[in-house]
Design a protein around this ligand. Structure first.
Ligand code: 2P0
Length: 314
């Protein structure tokens, strides 16, 4: 038996992936740029040579359709490795799962890395990232640390290392519950039913290019402004298809961040496929801002995360 353990961290997209290129293997329709987070972690062990494929997620064995993407990733690795041996996958998140905190990003990044090593593949990080992308496109970015870009049709790549610029993310946790609509279904509904999806496909690459340049220029106010703009554009296109990830607390937080900014505080908001709000700020303002955000009714916890490193074997 061969057991390998990998850890990976979630990432938060400053410019957002929303929508898939038609007819391809989970290739994003638009480019995205994320920050891999220090602090939050998924730890995944893959043990090859057990009796059957099985998945234990956060201490509970998962059966049926929920395991399909895990088995598909194992199958892709097995085809490359020329193996038919089953594997057990044991995975643990130290933050809420399937709730818009990028657990699929860290989960599939850790799984792709642990599985490829457990089956003896000697592929580089770009190839492991491509394996992860097919399972969950945001996972392709979590293989790498710092500021990471995923451009349609290309492997994910590092834009800048973790210490490139002064930036901290404050994750306002607003629920411990799993979301009702997966990102995948939300994206498909947006493509099928939103009158603004075409506008999103045109605008997202343009804003992404500006945001990438602002990251390279270490211009935090510009990064924050563009990140807030693209997140609102993504949600506007989804809203128009009836795809609503905001809760009342998300809206309250957005308004709160705008009021803080009007008072001169360097804080910008972004939100993903869940109700939590993520606030972009500088390290010097992070402690005061985190204490302030915790006072907003409905905020359960505020997690602080700096840019961190990519996935690794332990
Ligand atoms: C992102 N999200 O760029 C965007 C912003 C959510 C909103 O990537 O279908 O779980 O597995 O490829 O990677 C969430 O989408 O979707 C996501 P699949 P994934 O972070």
């Amino acid at each position: 038996m061969n057991a390998v353990t990998a850890v990976a961290h979630p990432n938060i997209a400053l410019s957002k992936y929303w929508g898939k290129a038609p007819g391809l293997q989970n290739v994003p329709a638009v480019p995205s740029l994320s920050v891999t987070l220090l602090g939050l972690q998924t730890r995944t062990t893959v043990e090859v040579g057990v009796a059957r494929d099985r998945l234990v997620l956060n201490g509970t064995e998962v059966e049926g359709a929920a395991t399909a993407r895990v088995i598909a990733l194992l199958d892709a690795v097995r085809v490359r490795a020329g193996s038919t041996l089953p594997a057990s996958v044991t995975t643990q998140n130290d933050f809420p799962t399937a709730s818009g905190l990028a657990s699929s990003a860290s989960g599939f990044a850790a799984l792709a890395l642990a599985a490829s090593r457990a089956y003896g593949l000697d592929c580089d990080a770009g190839e492991v990232s491509n394996l992860a992308r097919v399972a969950s496109a945001s996972a392709a970015r979590s293989l790498f640390g710092g500021f990471v870009e995923l451009v349609p049709g290309e492997a994910a790549r590092v834009v800048a290392p973790p210490d490139h610029m002064d930036l901290e993310l404050l994750v306002c946790v607003t629920t411990e519950a799993e979301k009702e609509l997966s990102s995948r279904d939300g994206m498909n509904l947006t493509r099928e039913a939103s009158p603004y999806y075409g506008t999103w496909l045109t605008e997202a690459p343009r804003i992404h290019a500006e945001l990438r340049a602002a990251v390279l220029a270490k211009d935090l106010p510009r990064v924050g402004e563009l990140a807030e703009k693209i997140a609102l554009a993504m949600h506007a296109s989804a809203f128009a298809a009836g795809v609503i990830y905001f809760s009342g607390v998300t809206t309250l937080l957005y308004q709160h961040v705008r009021r803080l900014r009007a008072r001169g505080v360097g804080a910008w908001a972004t939100a993903d496929a869940g109700p939590h709000l993520k606030v972009i700020t500088s390290a010097k303002d992070a402690a005061t801002l985190a204490a302030d955000l915790l006072q907003v009714p409905g905020v359960l916890r505020v997690l602080r995360a700096k840019p961190g490193k990519g996935a690794s074997i332990i």
